[in-house]
Design a binder for this molecule. Structure first.
Ligand code: Z5A
Length: 211
């Protein structure tokens, strides 16, 4: 049987990394042992290098927003074609930290790129490939950014204005309405509440979708 592709989406500090660890534990407890974690951009040698370019500019060179977009899609194609699809075909479940929805939210919402461009890239390169389940962790930008404020150094995107993150969240909130197989979680709540909800969702979802 093919594996399932579960993606966690949300702004910085929404708790994606924390949620992924928790989800993996629940899946293991429910007998799903063939699991692989991915992150975007990242998770292949090439992509981890592209990730560095995206997160930290080289000698202050300004990265054009369309260049950024194409780097993100280049990394996504590499990840989907060389890691995600082959593993799903072998029955491994993939737990993804971000996927295509991030580009729509950050690049069309945050960076104000025309959404026709992301639509075209999606149609060209991903076609009908989609996550089996997306969990969107919704957080108010100030709350999310406050959670990560003690990190040593802010990266290029984390240095963006509060308005950038508000535009990104607005776009997330718009696109989730059209997305099938998506669960909305209020991640402004305490970790305990978020985890309780995730546990319930994942357990029910496995029952319905893993037979
Ligand atoms: N990007 C893009 O623009 N377009 C794209 O297509 C893609 C990505 C794919 C990736 O950065 C960057 O790339 C990202 C978007 C852009 N830009 N930024 N900025 P990343 O992967 O390094 O960062 P991130 O994805 O934003 O994750 P993060 O900052 O590490 O946050 P997180 O994983 O969502 O949160 P966390 O690490 O689980 O939690 C942060 C802290 O909050 C930690 O101390 C937790 O214990 C705490 N926490 C978590 N949940 C709670 C609750 N509920 N209450 C209180 N405290 C909590």
């Amino acid at each position: 049987m093919k594996g399932k592709f579960i993606v966690i989406e949300g702004l910085e500090g929404s708790g994606k990394t924390t949620a992924i660890k928790y989800i993996i534990n629940i899946l293991k407890k429910n007998g799903i042992l063939k699991l692989k974690k991915t992150r975007e951009p990242g998770s292949t040698l090439l992509n981890e290098n592209l990730r560095k370019l995206i997160k930290h500019s080289i000698k202050n060179e300004i990265i054009n927003k369309n260049t950024e977009l194409l780097i993100l899609y280049a990394a996504r194609i590499q990840l989907v074609e060389t890691i995600i699809k082959p593993n799903l075909n072998k029955g491994t479940w993939i737990i993804g930290d971000r996927h295509n929805m991030s580009s729509i939210a950050y690049q069309t919402g945050g960076r104000k790129i025309d959404k026709k461009i992301t639509k075209t890239l999606t149609n060209l390169f991903l076609k009908d490939f989609k996550p089996d389940l997306t969990i969107y962790l919704d957080v108010i930008p100030e709350i999310g950014l406050n959670r990560i404020k003690n990190r040593k150094k802010k990266d290029r995107i984390e240095k963006e204005s509060l308005n950038f993150f508000y535009r990104t969240r607005k776009c997330y909130l718009k696109i989730i309405k059209k997305q099938k197989n998506l669960i909305f979680i209020n991640a402004n709540n305490k970790i305990k509440h978020v985890q309780k909800k995730i546990k319930l969702i994942i357990k029910n979802w496995i029952k319905k979708n893993n037979s």
